[in-house]
Design a protein around this ligand. Structure first.
Ligand SMILES: Nc1nc2c(ncn2[C@@H]2O[C@H](COP(=O)(O)OP(=O)(O)OP(=O)(O)O)[C@@H](O)[C@H]2O)c(=O)[nH]1
Ligand SMILES: [Mg+2]
Length: 213
């Protein structure tokens, strides 16, 4: 009885948003996602291909289902991960404030991937400087992050998956901005209201095609 109520609740939402996490290997994408969805931090292995998590939140008075795709930063997975940009309403671009090349690669590699593969013109981008708990090892200043975000038309936040500082805010600000963008609330993201849980099952995390998302 109780579980039936839970699944019914889960099936009801106003909007389904697809969010994508990109950035170099080791910057902390999977750790940020774990911190956001499970309030925990552990030493994770590099992602193989693509991982996927769902979180239900209520923001701006709307019930939302967030389908968050966590891509592998390693170059050998680039062809696979490129197919996951399609239809994303939000893209989280992560760098490590203690490794400069992860910041410069956002411009040299990741912004180009977005240009090539993103299909939503109005897709909201969030630039995230992670690992601010390692302040003494910091090499990328907050100002540099702000400037890059301004030039690229992104939102910006610095956070730590380890201490969880600003992790909720990162996802919430992105989602609020999506909610504020009418073209992203079009038919494709509308929630399925009744007992449609079977249609909403996520595809296999290691699926090599993106036809389902
Ligand atoms: N100190 C600190 N370490 C972190 C933080 N976030 C992640 N890490 C560590 O950084 C390493 C890489 O984190 P992951 O989350 O696996 O990085 P990723 O971006 O998912 O890497 P790929 O899956 O290979 O693309 C792990 O050892 C984490 O424990 C943070 O905020 N602070
Ligand atoms: Mg990962």
């Amino acid at each position: 009885m109780e579980s039936a109520v839970v699944s019914n609740q889960a099936a009801e939402f106003d909007y389904l948003f697809k969010l994508l996490m990109i950035g170099d290997s080791g910057v902390g994408k999977s750790s940020l996602l774990l911190s956001f969805t499970s309030d925990s931090f552990e030493d994770l292995s590099p992602t193989i291909g693509v991982d996927f998590k769902v979180k239900y939140v209520t923001l701006g008075g709307k019930k939302l289902k967030l389908a968050i795709w966590d891509t592998a930063g390693q170059e050998r997975f680039r062809t696979l991960t490129s197919s996951y940009y399609r239809g994303a309403q939000g893209i989280i671009m992560v760098y490590d404030v203690t490794r400069r090349e992860t910041f410069t690669n956002l411009c040299d590699v990741w912004a180009k991937e977005i240009e090539l593969y993103s299909t939503n013109q109005d897709c909201i981008k969030m630039l995230v400087g992670n690992k601010v708990d390692k302040e003494s090892d910091r090499v990328v200043t907050k100002k540099e992050g702000i400037n890059f975000a301004r030039e690229s038309g992104c939102l910006f936040i610095e956070c730590s998956a380890k201490t969880r500082v600003n992790v909720q805010q990162c996802f919430e600000e992105l989602v609020l901005k999506i909610l504020d963008t009418p073209s992203l609330l079009a038919e494709g993201s509308k929630g399925v209201k009744k007992n449609n849980i079977f249609k909403e099952k996520p595809p296999q995390a290691d699926a090599s095609t993106s036809g389902c998302c």
